[in-house]
Ligand binder design. Structure first.
Ligand code: COA
Length: 261
């Protein structure tokens, strides 16, 4: 298996797009693909030249249509469990990446594809987007956090509709539900993603990493606990170079120069 299952492309300076590249199989997530994704995430996490990560699917039919079902064949329990443990680790790594992430969804985002999108900070859907968790049709259930992350994102009745009825959300519905930050025409996906990424580049990186953590972790804690987490972060950010630079730049009516420290 070559190294081309995940394509890397610099969309803008500081903005890396990773493209799942198995268009003939609807970009289904094979084991080699999961491994390439993990390697890419590890390098993004430590590469100061990458500020923002975008995930996309090759071709115009799918973002990712889920785990590679061909690998599930044959009741090979150990191999199945190994895939589940590995993909869970990689999905968690994506969610915890200390940099903003955008899922650019055109076409099918099913099963693990939808779960990957749910691990990203912002979801941008095109009109052709179809998001679903159809594992029940295979006699299985989601394994990449879908039952939990979708429920937390949209509430249990919509999550039940998606899983118990196998109902797919269109891009328009995802946008209406507040799941997708923006809905655009298929042809406008790249420019819509680039506009969001440009806006993200203006936010101080340390503040971004901390706010990302608060957004993800806060809702699982009691409100006063989460507020204390927030306050601790703010007091820390105030003393950073970028905290002082942002305040000075505003007062002197100039653009801030953030250093990520
Ligand atoms: N795993 C492995 N192969 C997959 C796949 C998956 N998750 N999703 C699609 N493919 C393959 C198909 O088997 C087909 O391969 P082939 O051309 O060698 O026969 C190819 O991708 C094209 O898919 P096809 O089903 O012919 O396209 P379609 O337009 O009729 O339907 C989908 C598209 C996405 C609705 C349909 O492929 C599907 O339901 N995929 C499975 C989704 C799923 O259950 N995901 C959760 C997995 S746990």
């Amino acid at each position: 298996m070559g190294d081309d299952l995940i394509l890397r492309h610099e969309l803008l300076t500081g903005v890396l797009r990773l493209t799942f590249n198995r268009p003939d199989k609807m970009n289904a997530l094979s084991t080699p693909m999961i491994r390439q994704l993990e390697a890419a995430l590890d390098s993004v996490a430590t590469d100061p030249a990458v500020r923002i990560l975008v995930l996309a699917g090759a071709g115009d039919k799918a973002f990712v249509a889920g785990a590679d079902i061909a690998e599930y064949q044959g009741n090979r329990h150990a191999a199945f469990a190994a895939y589940q443990f590995e993909s869970r680790r990689v999905f968690d790594k994506l969610e915890a990446l200390p940099k903003p992430t955008i899922a650019a969804v055109r076409g099918y985002a099913l099963g693990g594809g939808f779960e990957l999108a749910l691990c990203c900070d912002i979801l941008i859907c095109t009109e052709s987007a179809r998001l679903g968790l159809p594992e029940g049709r295979l006699g299985l259930c989601p394994g990449g956090g879908g039952t939990q992350r979708l429920t937390r994102a949209v509430g249990r009745t919509i999550a039940a509709d998606v899983m118990l009825a196998g109902w797919r959300l269109t891009g328009a519905r995802a946008h209406q539900l507040g799941l997708a930050a923006e809905l655009c025409a298929d042809a406008a996906l790249d420019e819509t993603v680039a506009a969001r990424a440009r806006a993200m580049l203006k936010i101080a990186p340390l503040a971004q990493a901390e706010m990302k953590r608060l957004i993800r972790q806060g809702p699982d804690a009691a409100l006063p606990v989460a507020q204390s987490l927030e306050q601790e972060v703010l007091l820390r950010l105030y003393q950073t170079h970028d905290g002082q630079e942002g305040i000075e730049a505003f007062l002197h009516k100039r653009e801030p120069v953030f250093r990520g420290e």
